[in-house]
Design a protein around this ligand. Structure first.
Ligand code: 9MR
Length: 448
């Protein structure tokens, strides 16, 4: 397994390869209206049969679909009961159990997640775990045009993030004029398949239309940000109840999260100031009192300068009473981003859950290009990182950034060092067959 010294080496290598922070594959490269370029189109203890419920969330039994409009919709392996209170509870054999502080539907203060005895899909393994865990995928409009893609995506996942279709340039291409069609297609497909949806993403420096990125004046930018958040959350209300409110607001000298962490310049930072982050979360909370509101970023997966900065930023928000519910760790492992062992991830995530926050793996893929991550390392990373999240009851979701290798954004991003080769980064091959990476993830979800 690679450790900090390797990360530094990788960082130096990426610099040598010309992968500076202004061109990293996390989208820093574009700020204009045509942003999307790469890609493909687009306090209890858990028990064996405990009941769980989230705030306003739906609850379903083992084979049931996870659904519901409230935050923290969950399912339990057996004996599930629903509740409208905020407290997540898991109890042994349905004997009740105590509320876990009203924080979420994720097991609250549960000390361990109990895996399912068996499962035939990742989704089922997640739904039958106690507390349950959402298994997600980035879904593209282009992908949904393919029947195999749809079959695998729907069968294996319980959670959807639109890969590009809910970004600012897609939803509000010109000021005040909203375009919902491609996002609605994904959201409606997800709901037909009883999948929960994460809105991605409300405030981000990238995939921002030119009219917005060139706006000047604090009042103008604040008003435009307020309108965007309000309109978008309003349109999807009762369909989308978890949101990446702010994405990638922190940068370092290296895409691996090393060196000089600082707030990332953007129209929001430049015109409003650092307070834009608090403001975005406050506006989102006003719009939906029950939604789960997340901060999301890359290369914060293992302990490094960037994640220390993000930790302090998020801790400040919690201390100030800013309505943040959790942090998404993107988990793009390998070029152009960081590497992280399971142990790194476990220790790093725990700091955030100790603040009372949920954590999520929000965009996982492991890039094999450039010979930086070997096949064996990739398998171990997939198992051990998924296991690290699974073992934390407050790690509420694991989302993979795509379905099959052939459609991965990494294949066409120069910083990923693929040079026309497949990144081999996901769980399904080009024919939508399960890869060994799938088996390792399944093992981790079953506690093996
Ligand atoms: O996968 C997305 C790709 O199709 C787009 O071209 C790219 C443009 O910025 O965004 C990709 O998704 C990014 C996500 O929205 C935020 N985190 C990094 C992801 C990979 O770059």
């Amino acid at each position: 397994m690679r450790s900090a010294p390797f990360t530094l080496l990788l960082s130096a290598f990426l610099f040598a390869a010309g992968c500076s922070d202004s061109g990293d594959g996390n989208g820093d490269e574009t700020t204009g209206s045509g942003g999307a370029t790469g890609g493909t189109g687009g306090g209890t203890t858990s028990g064996s049969s405990g009941a769980t419920s989230g705030s306003g969330g739906a609850t379903s039994a083992s084979s049931g679909a996870t659904s519901g409009s409230g935050g923290g919709a969950t399912s339990a392996s057996s004996g599930a009961t629903s509740g409208s209170g905020g407290g997540a509870t898991s109890a042994s054999s349905g004997t009740g159990g105590e509320g876990a502080g009203g924080s979420d539907g994720a097991g609250g203060g549960a000390s361990a997640r109990v895996p399912a005895a068996s499962a035939s899909t990742l989704r089922e393994a997640g739904e039958k775990a106690n507390p349950p865990i959402l298994i997600g995928a980035a879904i593209s409009g282009g992908g949904l045009g393919n029947n195999d893609y749809k079959r695998v995506a729907g069968a294996e996942h319980s959670y959807v993030t639109a890969e590009n279709e809910m970004k600012w340039d897609s939803l509000e291409p010109s000021a005040g004029n909203f375009s919902w069609g491609s996002a609605d297609n994904i959201v409606n497909w997800a709901r037909q398949n009883n999948m929960k949806i994460k809105g991605h993403t409300l405030v981000w420096h990238n995939q921002l239309p030119g009219w917005m990125s060139s706006m000047t004046g604090k009042d103008n930018v604040t008003a435009a940000m307020r309108r965007h958040i309000t309109q978008v959350m309003g349109h999807f209300k009762d369909r989308v109840d978890t949101w990446d409110v702010v994405n990638e607001a922190v940068q370092t000298d290296s895409d691996t999260g090393v060196g000089n962490p600082r707030m990332r310049p953007s129209v929001f930072l430049n015109q409003i100031g650092e307070n834009y982050i608090d403001l975005a979360f406050q506006i989102a909370r006003e719009q939906d009192p029950k939604a789960k509101l997340y901060y999301n970023d890359y290369s914060i997966d293992a302990r490094n300068a960037k994640v220390d900065f993000v930790y302090n930023m998020v801790k400040g928000m919690v201390d100030r009473g800013v309505p943040i519910d959790g942090v998404g760790f993107q988990m793009h492992i390998g070029p152009p981003n960081n590497e992280a062992t399971g142990a790194d991830v476990a220790a790093n995530m725990k700091r955030f859950t100790d603040l009372g926050l949920e954590v999520l793996i929000s965009e996982m893929d492991i890039n094999r290009c450039g010979g930086v991550v070997t096949a064996e390392e990739q398998l171990a990373y997939y198992h051990d990182i998924v296991e690290a999240c699974f073992k934390l009851p407050k790690c509420t979701a694991i989302t993979f950034w795509g379905i099959n290798d052939g459609r991965s954004w990494l294949n066409s991003w120069s910083g990923a060092l693929c040079n026309g080769q497949s990144s081999q980064s996901l769980l399904f091959n080009d024919q939508y067959g399960k890869k060994e990476t799938y088996n390792r993830v399944m093992n981790a979800l079953l506690g093996k």
